[in-house]
Design a protein around this ligand. Structure first.
Ligand code: MFK
Ligand code: FAD
Length: 509
């Protein structure tokens, strides 16, 4: 009695185990590129299983701490993060998690598809190091888009280091937008002020309410420039974008006090701090008063990364549940032999596959747009798909991971299985980087006053329907239904964006 022990679920190579990723890449990439990418992903998948998974788990078990004073009462604000967290960051550099997205030796869209696929394999094992990676990618994109490379000393160094493959040189970035009064309504909530020292150099004073991965090297943030009379412009047009170093070369904080670390439902591996900015030296980058537009480049990148994380959590719970279904005997046979159980897993699988294809399409469009090879229609589609993908994947993740946890019965609820971490961490994905409602409003922002977006969207759907050649009567009927639904959707979107323009649905209220 009591001698039975249940065989645990096995984590298989997430690339070889994925039912759709390899097939999709084979279809989307030129043959030669496909072979190169597939071989890197298959090798990396082995590394996830043999090394990365344990590091990520340890980061969950050994959570960050903040030591604010030394034994003698001196304020030190020392952030203590486990060595596995640092090792994971080094692995990101070695594996080119950021670099791949920017390398130019392949066809324009190949690098983003490669990078996003690699991140997808990494995300559920990464101990949330994917959060600083998202912001780091967003920072490279933002600094590059502002054309600062070679023109601005710190920005030039940052662009090189943020995508470095050398762990000793590699930097990461933070993204400090949210304040106590508002995270969605950044413009309404921002009470950080910038006082000019000289040229583009300022001192920042304010309080940032959520600052994740605060072990980073640089940050992008928003503040209001104070003029010679001590006044600052209110609202969105008063916000400017700033670049700063968090610590100097000796590791001393740059006019920053870490007030406390957040006590969170999940993302416990990740140090998220409240920061008092008390004279931080920062550089205004981009045009004054165009801070929100400037940081949007970062938002759109981190929103794609966020979708990768949502999908990664969903894929991980399904693949563990599938494996477990062959091992757990219920009522005399493995779960996998019970149709009711397999149909539960099948339903999750279908949901995830659709979102996965949308993610890969966004990566393709992102790569094309960055190479300047996007048509106008494709550029609009990318702008449209990004918030839709983020909100949809985030919204899907929590119920789906919860369903997946249930597949393990009581064991799914046990901390030492590591499974509850997936559910806790999934819960953040619909919240940060824009909540579902805020992103719905962003979709309206895209449609607002731009009939060409509707046309672009309609054209792309029609193109896909035509490509899906079929003589099957049932599928032809579905196509007709999709066409009808598209017409209705277009009418609804026109109405909604008209209302947005007429202020009856105010984007800024
Ligand atoms: C594991 C992976 C994890 C990922 C990393 C996680 C770590 C970081 C966690 C965070 O949560 S960081 C903070 C994230 N914060 C948000 O996502 C804020 C959510 N709120 C919004 O997105 C609001 O819609 C917004 C702050 C943008 C509203 O601000 P405004 O100033 O009221 O917007 P307004 O006036 O409509 O737009 C100003 C300009 O920006 C306009 O350009 P123009 O002036 O040229 O017309 C807009 O078109 C432009 N804009 C706004 N959003 C845009 C955009 N442009 C392109 N893309 C967008 N998404
Ligand atoms: P609110 O804006 O108060 O939103 C509350 C509710 O109101 C939501 O349901 C929202 O959808 C709804 N709402 C808001 N506006 C509208 C509207 N116009 N119409 C309809 N509904 C609306 N921020 C950073 O800047 N940097 C970070 O590194 C960072 N890290 C984070 C880490 C964690 C773990 C978490 C949880 C948050 C982090 N954030 C960070 C903050 C995050 O981006 C914000 O919490 C998020 O954007 C929501 O803002 P808020 O908390 O002010 O909520």
């Amino acid at each position: 009695t009591g001698g039975f022990s249940q065989a645990a679920p096995t984590l298989h190579n997430p690339y070889k185990d994925d039912p759709i990723l390899d097939r999709a890449l084979r279809r989307m990439l030129p043959q030669e590129c496909y072979e190169k990418v597939a071989s890197d992903l298959a090798r990396f998948g082995d590394r996830v299983v043999s090394e990365i998974e344990q590091l990520g788990r340890q980061a969950e078990l050994e959570q960050p701490k903040l030591e604010q004073q030394d034994a003698w009462g001196k304020r030190i604000d020392k952030l203590v993060v486990c060595k596995e967290w640092y090792r994971l960051k080094q692995i990101c550099a070695e594996e080119g998690i950021i670099a791949i997205g920017y390398e130019k030796d392949q066809d324009p869209y190949v690098q983003r598809l490669h990078q996003i696929s690699k991140l997808f394999l990494f995300a559920p094992s990464a101990g949330l190091v994917t959060c600083p990676m998202a912001m780091t990618d967003g920072a490279v994109k933002t600094l590059t888009a502002l054309n600062l490379n070679g023109k601005h000393k710190l920005a030039t160094e940052a662009i090189e280091r943020l995508q470095s493959r050398d762990p000793k040189r590699a930097w990461t970035s933070g993204q400090w937008m949210t304040e106590k009064k508002g995270g969605s309504d950044v413009a309404g909530g921002c009470d950080t002020y910038a006082i000019n020292i000289e040229g583009d150099k300022y001192r920042l004073h304010g309080y940032k309410w959520f600052s994740s991965a605060v072990d980073a090297d640089i940050a992008l943030t928003l503040a209001r420039v104070v003029d010679a009379d001590g006044n600052a412009v209110a609202g969105s047009r008063g916000l400017s974008l700033f670049l700063l170093r968090i610590r100097d070369d000796d590791g001393n904080l740059n006019g920053i006090q870490m007030v406390r670390l957040k006590n969170k439902l999940g993302t416990k591996q990740l140090p998220t701090a409240e920061l008092l900015l008390d004279g931080v030296i920062a550089y205004k980058i981009g045009e004054q008063g165009r801070g929100v537009a400037g940081i949007s480049n970062m938002l759109n990148i981190t929103r794609i990364h966020n979708s990768v994380a949502s999908l990664g959590f969903m894929r991980r719970i399904i693949s563990l549940a599938r494996d477990y279904a062959t091992k757990r005997i219920v009522f005399g046979q493995p779960q996998a032999k019970w149709p009711l159980h397999t149909s539960t897993i099948a339903k999750m699988e279908v949901d995830v596959r659709g979102t996965m294809l949308l993610l890969l399409e966004s990566a393709r469009l992102l790569g094309l747009s960055e190479a300047g090879k996007c048509t106008d229609v494709e550029a609009l589609l990318l702008r449209l798909i990004t918030p839709v993908l983020k909100l949809y994947a985030g919204k899907q993740a929590v119920p789906l991971v919860s369903e997946g946890i249930e597949c393990f019965g009581g064991q799914g609820y046990m901390e030492d299985t590591g499974l509850p971490t997936l559910l806790r961490d999934a819960q953040v994905t619909p919240i940060w980087e824009g909540t579902t409602n805020v992103l719905s409003l962003d979709v309206l922002r895209v449609f607002s006053g731009r009939d060409n977006v509707l046309q672009a969207f309609g054209k792309r759907v029609e193109q896909l329907l035509q490509n899906a050649k079929t003589d099957n009567e049932k599928l032809n009927k579905s196509k007709e239904e999709i066409r009808k639904a598209l017409k209705t959707l277009q009418t609804l979107l026109i109405k909604a964006s008209d209302s947005a323009l007429n202020d009856s649905v105010r984007i800024d209220s």
